[in-house]
Design a protein around this ligand. Structure first.
Ligand SMILES: C[S@@+](CC[C@H](N)C(=O)[O-])C[C@H]1O[C@@H](n2cnc3c(N)ncnc32)[C@H](O)[C@@H]1O
Length: 448
């Protein structure tokens, strides 16, 4: 039998065994037995650090599976792509990258990372934007009118609560300068750099801390020098661009789409690597991202409506709950004995994940593989049994569960909700490990 892949890079301990494995299921099984921690790895593409994103996984993780489970030219999909780690790595390895998300920040960030301006173009563009922003700053009457023209009352209240008046003026000046930029790739990239002033690991220009962990808390601080901070971030972005240049150019398609209703044709995808949100809004993307998105023209009402579409939400009224396999049903019932509402939230989550898995089973080619990276949540101190539940739900919708691998998180790298007093321990406990649930789509006629 021919080896599945022409060559394997030398650092793989698994290489000799893998090379002799003929089908994806056997390979996936072998890959999931290896160490999956990737702590201390230093070979990530610098551009991955362009903007923080909560719970993004290390690039080495999708890379590991893409390299060993697909050939150049095959399609690799992440239907909940976040910051696009899977897509960027697929592209770098010459695969066709497909991705979707419903989060507007994620969509712009991924496009900015995958089709950035050249370093030379950015080097010219950002000082030009700074100059225009300085000019806009002189026009106080225009900036004052903008807030009234572009925001409705609730959005203005939100912005007034979190941003000082002079910070608002500088951010408006910068946004106007960015909007005037003629080239789409420069504009997109600049918007992401703009966002990194607000959603920052530390030193946000908003009157908030812990934004990058999706747990904003109001704090009072001195106004920040927005334009000089933009210059700093723009220079950093230039460095990352230069270190990552040239970016790979294999075809990629990024779309705004719900992972429960994928726009892709049946049977075309060789591999899915994805990490869905946690149940019960444990990481509340919109809560943080709206700090940027109001500046990009969204109203807080639009964003609240969009938040309801996120997988793992807490609203359960009017939900049609799916029938669950025994292990998932048991987890829901155990929690129901302590908290009926939380149990419904978990049932909603499993229902959503069933739809996603059903779609994955449809779009995978026969023999194609999928890896779902999930946490082990607790509700009211009881395990949600998420990895086992997803494995069983996958089998329910026609996938074959191959194996579940385990990895420990590098707390310094993976951004999770911030530590906070006694209440932190539950979140902390349930987020220090994660599970990689591996599936294949069986060939026609094969038994699941
Ligand atoms: C854990 S993050 C993914 C992080 C990603 N693996 C990375 O490395 O950046 C989960 C993503 O699921 C997205 N999401 C939530 N609900 C969704 C839905 N209904 N359809 C598509 N994506 C959704 C969120 O916006 C978020 O970007």
């Amino acid at each position: 039998m021919q080896p599945f892949l022409p060559s394997l890079e030398p650092r793989d301990d698994a290489a000799p065994a893998l090379a002799s494995l003929a089908d994806r299921a056997a390979r996936l099984d072998a890959l999931l037995r290896q160490s999956l921690d990737f702590h201390g790895a230093t070979d990530a593409l610098p551009l991955h650090a362009l903007h923080p994103f909560p719970a993004k996984y290390p690039p080495q993780l999708p890379r590991w599976f893409i390299r060993h489970l697909t050939r150049p030219g095959e399609r690799v999909l992440d239907p909940m792509m976040g910051s696009g780690t899977t897509l960027v790595e697929a592209q770098r390895l010459g695969r066709v990258a497909l991705g979707s998300d419903i989060d507007p920040l994620a969509l712009t960030l991924v496009s900015a990372k995958m089709s950035p301006p050249s370093p030379a173009a950015w080097d010219v563009a950002w000082p030009r934007m700074m100059q225009r922003a300085q000019a806009w700053l002189q026009r106080a009457e225009v900036l004052a009118r903008l807030a009234a023209q572009r925001w409705d009352e609730p959005t203005r209240r939100f912005v007034d609560y979190w941003f000082l008046p002079e910070t608002q003026r500088a951010l408006w000046a910068l946004m106007l300068a960015i909007e005037e930029e003629p080239t789409a790739s420069v504009r997109r990239f600049a918007r992401v750099v703009f966002s990194s002033l607000i959603i920052a690991k530390s030193g946000s220009v908003a009157q908030a801390r812990d934004l990058s962990h999706t747990r904003p808390h109001k704090i009072l601080k001195q106004p920040k020098p927005v334009l000089s901070l933009f210059a700093q971030k723009a220079r950093r972005a230039l460095r990352l661009l230069r270190q990552s240049w040239p970016v790979a150019q294999t075809p990629a398609i990024v779309v705004e789409a719900d992972a429960q209703k994928m726009p892709w044709a049946e049977g075309q995808v060789a591999l899915v690597v994805t990490s869905p949100p946690y149940a019960a809004n444990a990481i509340d993307y919109m809560r943080a991202h709206k700090f940027t998105l109001v500046w990009w023209g969204y109203s807080v009402q639009q964003l609240s409506a969009l938040r309801r579409e996120y997988i793992g939400g807490e609203a359960t009224q009017g939900w049609e709950f799916a029938p669950l396999p025994a292990v998932a049903q048991h987890a829901v019932q155990t929690i129901a004995q302590l908290d009926a509402k939380k149990a419904r939230v978990l049932h909603r989550y499993f229902t959503e994940m069933r739809r996603v898995l059903h779609e994955v089973a449809r779009v995978l080619m026969p023999g194609g593989a999928a890896v779902f990276v999930v946490g082990d949540s607790t509700m009211r101190g009881r395990s949600t049994r998420t990895p086992e539940a997803l494995a069983a739900i996958g089998e329910q919708v026609g996938l074959r569960h191959v194996r579940t691998g385990v990895r420990t998180l590098d707390r310094d790298r993976r951004m999770m909700p911030a530590r906070r007093g006694a209440a932190q321990s539950q979140i902390e406990q349930r987020m220090h490990r994660e599970y990689l649930v591996g599936f294949v789509r069986p060939h026609a006629g094969a038994e699941v």
